[in-house]
Design a protein around this ligand. Structure first.
Ligand SMILES: NC(=O)c1ccc[n+]([C@@H]2O[C@H](COP(=O)([O-])OP(=O)(O)OC[C@H]3O[C@@H](n4cnc5c(N)ncnc54)[C@H](O)[C@@H]3O)[C@@H](O)[C@H]2O)c1
Length: 432
């Protein structure tokens, strides 16, 4: 099929590459000329495992092209995906200006029947708004479909190629059939294509993210209670997770959730419920817990040192989670700000996010070339992102490099007993 994807960020680029991989003819459109030039050269501007190879392969096969010319992309496509950002607006709601702006441009470029598919995460009612915007601009026939994306950064290709489910909100048979046909190759392993109305499809994405964020905040509070009463969250988690009604995913305590989705989607869901005079109390609490969890590691450091003034803190992990360079709403950001405000110096290392961090912090922090280089002369190490390379380090070498062997582990990646036996002061989340 002939496809255009508008917006070549995490979602648009992955969707475009994966759709091309299955034989479709895809043009990816972005308004950022620097990004498009780099994609045309086969260089992808983000870190996502496997994506660069897939982009290059499909570019070479001429199934995947990149342009800033939206109108050209639209004219040659039958199905057009909108995959632009929906950031948090001033009042917490999802800012729809990019989505609606793109819808207008699509309408103006139409030259026949088009299916306009909303892949961005958008509040209930957006399909109606997109339909109105397009109708005002064109007399060509079109359908609007809601097709939220559930991929996880760091495993995006796998998630897109082998989804748990595909959710499609389609309100006419013609677009419903086209979408089923498009997704059939991705669901051969038996994953369901769930056909529904647009409001339900739109809400499904928020409800899924809100549930995951709730599990994280819930477990963070359980960990905090463990600290208060002298229990061990590892043991509690194992006992809870073995209940088949609950399951093990998303029950690891830490320094709070981040990224471009959970924080903004939780806020947006609270906000659009509020617009309908519904107070989503659980989600307000989920957000408040997450905010306070982000400062918990600094509080633990202050409790250990008294004052952080003049302390040299090594930081392992800057990205909001492993296998990405994304630092949007990353817990490392408020942590670094807290450390700097308390008078500490920060020597940071991340396997992928150093460039992004430089853009955010400039000369305010130091950037180490390796995890060990960050440790030289450090008064303590704080672990913020659980990259695999941090899991089995040379502890002897670490001890020698650090001024004092103190580890604050925001991700509970080590065994407390082992670390103490090795001579470290080891402070983690919810464990004695
Ligand atoms: N990142 C994720 O893991 C993820 C997962 C599922 C859903 N989503 C949702 O998907 C949407 C996109 O997220 P993302 O992370 O890919 O965003 P992103 O910021 O990485 O990418 C958005 C891209 O759209 C481009 N753009 C903006 N306006 C444009 C316009 N008028 N014309 C052409 N291009 C334009 C930007 O230049 C940018 O490259 C959001 O609604 C997000 O909530 C994201």
């Amino acid at each position: 099929m002939k496809i255009a994807v508008i917006g070549s960020g995490y979602v648009g680029l992955v969707a475009g590459a994966c759709l091309a991989e299955n034989g479709n003819d895809v043009v990816c459109v972005d308004k950022d000329p620097v990004k498009v030039r780099s994609l045309q050269r086969g260089k992808i501007p983000i870190y996502e495992p496997g994506l660069e190879e897939m982009v290059r392969r499909n570019k070479t096969e001429k199934r995947l092209t990149f342009t800033t010319a939206l109108a050209r992309g639209v004219r040659q496509a039958q199905i057009i995906f909108i995959a632009v950002g929906t950031p948090t607006g001033e009042d917490g709601s999802a800012d729809l200006q990019h989505v609606l702006g793109v819808a207008r441009e699509i309408a103006r470029a139409m030259n026949g029947y088009k299916v306009v598919v909303n892949k961005s995460t958008v509040p209930v009612g957006t399909a109606v708004k997109v339909r109105e915007v397009i109708r005002r601009e064109t007399t060509h026939p079109f359908s609007v479909v809601s097709n939220p994306e559930f991929l996880k950064q760091g495993a995006a290709i796998d998630d897109f190629m082998k989804p748990d489910r595909v959710v499609i909100g389609a309100e006419d048979p013609r677009s419903a059939e086209l979408m089923k046909e498009l997704y059939a190759p991705f669901t051969r392993t038996g994953a369901p294509i769930m056909m529904m109305d647009c409001p339900s499809a739109e809400l499904s994405k928020y409800a899924a993210n809100a549930m995951l964020a709730t599990r994280i905040s819930f477990m963070n509070e359980v960990a905090n209670v463990c600290e208060a009463v002298g229990a061990n969250v590892d043991q509690v988690r194992r006992a809870v997770a073995s209940d088949r009604r609950i399951g093990p995913s998303f029950l690891f305590p830490g320094v709070g959730y981040g990224g471009s989705c959970f924080p903004k989607d939780v806020k947006a869901m609270v906000r659009f419920a509020e617009d309908k005079e519904y107070d989503f109390r659980i989600l307000r609490a989920v957000e408040a817990v997450n905010e306070s969890q982000k400062s918990r590691l600094v509080t633990k450091m202050e409790a250990q040192f008294g004052s952080l003034k003049g302390k040299r803190i090594a930081l392992w992990g800057l990205a909001f989670k492993p296998k990405t360079d994304d630092m949007r709403e990353a817990p490392a950001v408020p942590l670094i700000q807290g450390l700097l405000a308390a008078g500490a110096t920060v020597h940071a290392y991340d396997p992928e996010a150093m460039k992004v961090a430089r853009g955010l912090f400039g000369s305010k922090i130091h950037y180490a070339d390796s995890s060990y280089a960050a440790l030289t002369g450090a008064d303590a190490l704080a672990i913020i992102t659980e990259w695999n390379e941090f899991r089995e380090p040379d502890f002897g070498r670490m001890r020698k490099l650090m001024r004092s062997p103190i580890i604050f582990d925001g991700r509970n990646i080590y065994n407390p007993e082992n670390l103490r036996a090795l001579g470290f002061t080891y402070i983690s989340m919810g464990r004695p």
